[in-house]
Design a protein around this ligand. Structure first.
Ligand code: PLP
Length: 365
């Protein structure tokens, strides 16, 4: 009864478990290696930082509300039409815009068992009903997703590659998923880690966007470009979807520092290539070393690995405490359906070697 005496959030909102970001660690206890949010150990392109610094000296001006400079740079680098690109304050914001634009109360939004948790949050925030589909071997299962589609389905979120598993769907499977979806269902391909993937059967989804009316691909500057602090995401989408989302977004949703830094970052192809080469060297090294000490590591194509702990007293929780004590901050992933695993970002050489030697000791306890 007393509930009527104060404003009530709309249905669904109080079902949201607020997103828990990766921990920062306690720097007062010595050096901390933050390996909890898939940030790059290489930092941002110096060109991007210079560009942001220049803009900072004119903080009194509103940014360009359509982020033209940034959209042009993305279009140029990826060979896309700038009119089919829309930028956002991090790609998380875009996921929210898409849910708000395409879901009405009671509509269903699909994502997979170990999929990125922001999908659930955004579906609920839009008044939709989250439908979670089981995975197979820690990978999205196209047949199971198609079987979950009902008359109320309006949106399907697929992270490819997925976080926190690091697994991916070959493009053949993504095409099959798209072919099986009704034309009015929006397929969102979240390609946050696309740049890192080195597989011949992987595509981020641009061609599928170009060839259909119900697919969008989202990308971010937070991972390989090292600009997580500035919050920059973008999507490539059909004109009708760009038009709809442009009506929903805030007029200045991307700030001026982000526009300038993002444009410079995406043009610095050397920096991106260095980051890819770095990951190509350290991802297999970390995977192999952890496997050698008896841990199961899900094969990853991203800049992180999901590490599974045995049950016999050496739990993920105990490992997390052991690593944190030594300055290595990994990510608990119980909320993703992995109560006994930790996700580790591929970090600096010092961090990677440090985690491997600490876990080697941990496994001997
Ligand atoms: C990190 C990540 C994002 C990007 O989030 P931003 O809001 O752009 O920082 C999107 N999707 C997945 C799966 C991610 O892991």
């Amino acid at each position: 009864m007393t509930d009527t005496l104060r404003p009530q959030p709309r249905p669904g909102v109080m079902d949201i478990a607020a997103y828990v970001p990766g921990k920062h660690g306690d720097a007062s206890k010595g050096k901390v290696h933050k390996l909890s949010s898939n940030e790059t150990p290489l930092g941002a392109s110096p060109d991007a930082l210079d560009a942001a610094a220049q803009v900072l000296s004119h903080a009194e001006f509103y940014p360009d509300g359509s982020a033209t400079e940034l959209r042009m740079a993305i279009a140029e680098v990826h060979g896309l039409n700038a009119q089919n690109i829309l930028c956002s304050n991090g790609s998380d914001e875009l996921l929210g815009f898409l849910a708000q634009t395409y879901l009405t109360a009671g509509d269903e939004g699909i994502f997979t068992e170990h999929g990125f948790l922001v999908y659930r949050i955004q579906i609920l925030a839009a008044g939709g009903v989250p439908i979670v589909v089981e995975e197979k071997d820690e990978r999205a299962d196209v047949d199971a997703i198609l079987a979950a589609v009902t008359e109320r389905t309006r949106i399907v979120f697929l992270a490819n590659p997925n976080n926190p598993t690091g697994t991916y769907l070959p493009f053949e499977d993504v095409r099959r998923l798209h072919a099986g979806l009704p034309k009015h269902v929006l397929l969102v391909l979240d390609a946050a880690y696309a740049e890192y993937v080195r597989r011949n059967d992987y595509e981020s989804g641009m061609e599928l966007v170009s060839a259909s009316q119900n697919v969008v691909m989202t990308r971010t500057f937070s991972k390989i470009h090292g600009l997580a602090a500035l919050r920059i995401g973008w999507m490539y989408a059909p004109a009708a979807i760009i038009d709809a989302v442009n009506r929903v977004r805030g007029p200045f949703n991307v700030n001026a520092l982000a526009i300038a830094a993002g444009a410079a970052a995406i043009r610095d192809r050397n920096h991106v290539e260095e980051a890819v080469a770095y990951n190509e060297a350290w991802l297999p090294w970390v995977t192999d070393e952890l496997t050698k000490i008896g841990l199961r590591v899900t094969p990853s194509v991203g800049n992180f690995v999901l590490v599974h702990f045995p049950q016999n007293g050496r739990s993920a929780e105990a490992a997390d405490a052991y690593l944190t004590e030594r300055g290595y901050i990994l990510r608990r992933v119980a909320g993703y359906g992995f109560p006994n695993a930790l996700r580790m970002t591929i970090g600096s050489e010092e961090a990677n070697r440090g985690v491997v030697s600490a876990l080697t000791e941990f496994m001997k306890i």
